[in-house]
Design a protein around this ligand. Structure first.
Ligand SMILES: CC(=O)SCCNC(=O)CCNC(=O)[C@H](O)C(C)(C)COP(=O)(O)OP(=O)(O)OC[C@H]1O[C@@H](n2cnc3c(N)ncnc32)[C@H](O)[C@@H]1OP(=O)(O)O
Length: 132
């Protein structure tokens, strides 16, 4: 199963998207609700890959929208486990915006999401079984 550090490193999760007009608002920037949905998804995938168990979202921390994300850019979502409890784990998510035709890249949105591992009766269970 590896050490905790190895599991955290191995479960780091990345998703790239192109910001097409179908995902933007009337300001021609990525709709905030779409950004939140993508962050919830990438953090869910990260928590699942970390625990390899059924997990549910229990809470979100503060989400900071530092810059608008214009249509026609690329985004990368990066999710990483930042703390591990008995039945829960907390994931930090960054959205990086990249220009399509230059190397310009910056962090534009960040936040945290917490997940709890649950059994078939939806009751909390250990987030990890064994560590090396
Ligand atoms: C992937 C999806 O779409 S999921 C859909 C959205 N999510 C849901 O529907 C989940 C609904 N919530 C639930 O079913 C329940 O609250 C459960 C099963 C998640 C938790 O059940 P509870 O009996 O409240 O859990 P309990 O009080 O034992 O706490 C479980 C863990 O959550 C942590 N926790 C509880 N509340 C919070 C909170 N507000 N923020 C962060 N962590 C919390 C606890 O500290 C504990 O962690 P630990 O064991 O690592 O110390």
């Amino acid at each position: 199963m590896g050490t905790l550090e190895e599991r955290i490193a191995k479960s780091e999760t990345h998703i790239f998207k192109a910001v097409f007009p179908s995902t933007t608002n009337h300001y021609d920037t990525l709709f905030g609700g779409t950004a939140l949905q993508l962050m919830d998804e990438v953090s869910f995938i990260c928590a699942t890959r970390f625990s390899r168990k059924k997990v549910v979202t229990i809470s979100t921390g503060q989400i900071d929208f530092k810059k608008a994300i214009p249509a026609g850019t690329l985004i990368e979502l990066v999710a990483k486990v930042i703390s591990v409890g008995t039945t829960s784990c907390k994931i930090h998510v960054d959205i990086f915006m990249e220009q399509m035709y230059s190397e310009l890249r910056e962090s534009v949105v960040s936040g945290t999401f917490s997940f709890v591992a649950v059994d078939e009766n939806k009751k909390p269970v250990a987030i990890l079984d064994h560590l090396a």
